[in-house]
Design a protein around this ligand. Structure first.
Ligand code: GDG
Length: 460
């Protein structure tokens, strides 16, 4: 089997549980081939320590049979590549938020520079029969840079975030360059059929592409295979985590504290794509429209800190604090608050306990590539008495999880109605829905995702 080389913005030690299912699944594929994982170390060094091309020292370490190779970034490169172009342009636009994009002309130079530097640092580490798998929006032009340096290996790319409709994509000043760069890959993997159709429409209308075979596009004088590979979770690993001491402890504490209440849960990075203000408004609407939930329904909302140096994230944080304060202030009682808002990261080992203690999960992003929390909630439930998933129709996961209660998160009254339905759903209906959802996430788990992508890449 050829060696697998994974490239992503950040690198994780796949042996650590805190790393999460994706790292574990990639680690599994890397382990099987004695693979290499390459990316940014997470360290920022001052300009004097970086070379003229922003080149910094390569750090190499072993994690079992896997080699982890990382590079530092200069402050200037980090700010332009990571904060500026990746998270100030690509993240908002790909999530349909043109209003939050900052098209500062300087960012793209840093983005290209870091991708070129990654290619230069990675090239000497490659072997002729390696298969290379690049991840996510930070690294769209990496294959193009590698090809320019003479790399002939097979290279696949997986985009974890959504593809916006063509006219939204076209708002990015360098959109043609970005999409052309994707054609330097052999395989492009997307999360959903919707993303695939947006991509196809873009290349037909903006690049006069033709489809030469199923999912095979001809444009810019090159061919590219494009397919949807909806990412999943490691269901067994998550179920095992649910049996662990920490999860059981959390479950027992929650059950005791909320014995007379109905618990709802939300777990998200604090990000404007996750629809958190809209979710809180839906909770307010629930309490207004269905007052029977007062003194009972409690939402525990974990909003783990994320990208705190990007301006839009601070605005969101303040907005959430204001909304929580006003809802709790208006509806709270001496011994009950409707919203428990936690702006911290909760240990991964505790999450399954929290999910299992909850009657309802609110997964209501405004736009999301997939959303793994929805799948984790399903995996953590007791099949004999499962909770109900309220899921945004705008999450990639909604294409697969048709047995969830699908909502439009912009419609707070409609979402409140769905939450009320979820809170009062009879046991038999909960069991039937959960059984189908569980079967789906089991069939399309993260191992399936990893195997089918690599299989398609070998055949591309
Ligand atoms: C991107 C795409 C796509 C969250 N808070 C805590 C915590 N988490 C964990 C969850 C889950 C993961 O983070 C979040 O995954 P999502 O899929 O929900 O979202 P993104 O981070 O935006 O991921 C997304 C994904 O890539 C994979 O392709 O699904 O659409 O945006 O695993 O459990 N984990 C811990 N504490 C927290 O407080 N330990």
């Amino acid at each position: 089997m050829p060696r697998l080389v994974v490239v992503s913005n950040r690198v994780a030690d796949p042996r650590k549980t805190a790393a999460g299912g994706l790292a574990v699944a990639l680690g599994e594929a890397l382990n099987a081939t004695g693979g290499l994982w390459f990316g940014w170390s997470g360290n920022i060094v001052e300009r004097t320590e970086a070379g003229a091309q922003g080149q910094t020292q390569l750090h190499v370490q072993r994690a079992g049979d896997v080699t982890l190779a990382t590079v530092d970034l200069s402050r200037e490169d980090h700010d332009a590549y990571y904060l500026g172009y990746s998270n100030g342009v690509l993240w908002p636009v790909f999530h349909y938020r043109l209003d939050l994009a900052d098209f500062d002309a300087g960012y793209i130079g840093g983005y290209r520079r870091v991708n070129r530097m990654f290619a230069q640092q990675l090239l000497p580490l490659l072997r002729p029969d390696d298969v290379i798998w690049v991840h996510d929006y930070h690294l769209i032009p990496l294959a193009e840079e590698l090809r320019t340096l003479g790399c002939r290996q097979r290279i696949g790319f997986f985009l974890h975030i959504p593809v916006p409709p063509p006219l939204i994509m076209a708002a990015i000043p360098a959109h043609e360059w970005l999409i052309r760069a994707l054609f330097a890959y052999d395989l492009l993997g997307l999360q959903s059929q919707t993303d695939l159709s947006h991509f196809a429409r873009y290349v037909y209308t903006e690049a006069q592409a033709e489809q030469v075979a199923d999912g095979r596009f001809n444009a810019f004088g090159r061919q590219l295979q494009v397919q949807a590979f909806p990412i999943g979770i490691d269901v067994d690993e998550f179920a095992a985590l649910a049996e662990g001491r920490e999860a059981q402890e959390t479950l027992a504490t929650m059950r005791e504290q909320y014995a007379k209440r109905r618990l709802l849960v939300g777990v998200d990075r604090l990000d404007y794509s996750k629809g958190l203000p809209q979710r809180l408004r839906a909770m307010r609407s629930l309490l207004q429209r269905y007052p029977g939930n007062c003194n009972s329904a409690t939402l525990i909302q974990i909003a783990s800190p994320s990208r705190e140096t990007v301006g839009a994230y601070n605005d969101l944080r303040r907005q959430l604090e204001g909304l929580c304060g006003s809802i709790n202030g208006n509806f709270g009682e001496l011994d009950w608050m409707p919203i428990r808002y936690i702006h911290r990261t909760v240990a991964r080992k505790r999450l399954p306990g929290l999910y299992r203690a909850s009657r309802v999960a609110l997964v209501t992003p405004l736009r999301d590539g997939m959303n793994l929390v929805a799948k984790e909630f399903i995996a953590a439930q007791d099949p004999a008495d499962p909770g109900v998933l309220v899921l945004s129709r705008f999450a990639g996961a909604a294409e697969q999880l048709r047995d969830a209660l699908l909502v439009n998160p912009y419609d707070s009254d409609g979402t409140a109605d769905a939450i009320q339905h979820a809170l009062h759903m009879p046991l038999e209906e909960r069991q039937v829905r959960h059984e189908r959802l569980l079967a789906n996430i089991r069939e399309f788990d993260v191992h399936w995702w990893q195997r089918s992508f690599l299989e398609a890449l070998r055949q591309s």
